[in-house]
Design a protein around this ligand. Structure first.
Ligand code: A3P
Length: 294
């Protein structure tokens, strides 16, 4: 494969009708030809849906509750994104993935129709985590405010319009959650919800274990729940993204581990915003069997 080159700064490139934070068409070509392995586990999410959280849960499961092993590197270095590479990295994430031994845990924010075809061909197991649209929007708004990777969101009202029309990195939340919901009928996909993991982590971890055909003792499961709780993760520099350079994340604006609370949208949405959001939501999601709480 090609020798590692330091990734250039990201830009937002439209691929298949979806704005993606990809530096060039050439890179997209390499990503779409990414070779998945049959024993890869893929964690797919729309941004701000609890990716880093589920990543920590899955790492703890794969390492059978060994906290020290899960502190071997920061989350961004432990498991590569298929398509995304942070500019401080020495090489592309997909190149990092090539060098990783199996079984790999790979992350992606891609909508299902843009997933590299090898993932389907190899019949990889996929865990998708969806989060309530309003909380996802609020979290994405604060993330836009604190990172130089994405444009200034301006006001929450303006960002809300962009979110509803899908003019944000990774495109429409509505298409993303619906696309993956439809894909689960044809592929090995475990579709989870952020709010369920928050409400009953033990129950959701058991679902993951069953999907992965793994068993762990109740002691280990309790240890996983503790290690991946918001308060413990927020203090863990290997999981809280606090080591991302200040040229990329401005923690004086917002921490990465911000609130981790379902329903935080209620502290942000005005009545008018909420009404127009609900109307639009009904139009976009009325037909689907997919339902969200909060
Ligand atoms: P908030 O901004 O609402 O706090 P992602 O990893 O996909 O970027 O998602 C980030 C969101 O997940 C942030 O949401 C973050 O606080 C939340 N999060 C991270 N770890 C969490 C945990 N252990 N429990 C609950 N929420 C968590």
């Amino acid at each position: 494969h090609t020798p590692a080159k330091k990734p250039p700064p990201m830009s937002i490139l439209e691929v298949g009708g979806v704005p993606l934070p990809i530096s060039s068409n050439e890179i997209w070509d390499k990503i779409s030809k990414f070779e998945a392995r049959p024993d890869d586990l893929i964690l797919a999410t729309y941004p701000k849906s609890g990716t880093t959280w589920m990543q920590e849960i899955l790492d703890m499961i794969q390492n059978e509750g060994d906290v020290e092993k899960c502190k071997r590197a920061i989350s961004l270095d432990r498991h590569p994104f298929i398509e995304l590479t942070f500019p401080f990295k020495k090489k592309y994430d997909f190149e990092m993935a090539l060098e990783m031994p199996s079984p790999r845990l790979l992350k992606t924010h891609l909508p299902s129709h843009l997933i590299p075809p090898s993932v389907w061909r190899q019949n990889c197991k996929i865990i998708y985590v969806a989060r309530n649209a309003k909380d996802c929007l609020v979290s994405y708004y604060h993330y836009h405010r604190m990172t130089t990777l994405l444009p200034d969101p301006k006001s929450l009202e303006e960002f809300c319009q962009k979110f509803m029309s899908g003019e944000v990195a990774y495109g429409s939340w509505y298409d993303h959650v619906k696309g993956w919901w439809a894909a689960k009928d044809k592929h090995q996909i475990l579709y989870l919800f952020y709010e369920d993991v928050k409400k009953n982590p033990k129950h959701e971890i058991h679902k993951v274990l069953e999907f992965l055909e793994k068993t762990l003792s109740e002691d280990v499961i309790n240890k996983i729940i503790h290690h991946t709780s918001f308060d413990v993760m927020k203090k863990n520099p290997m999981a809280n993204q606090s080591t991302v350079p200040s040229s990329i994340y401005d923690f004086t604006v917002s921490p990465f581990m911000r609130k981790g609370m379902p329903g935080d949208w209620k502290n942000h949405f005005t009545v008018a915003m909420n009404e127009s959001f609900d109307k639009h939501f009904e139009k976009k999601m009325g037909e689907t069997t997919l339902t969200f709480c909060v």
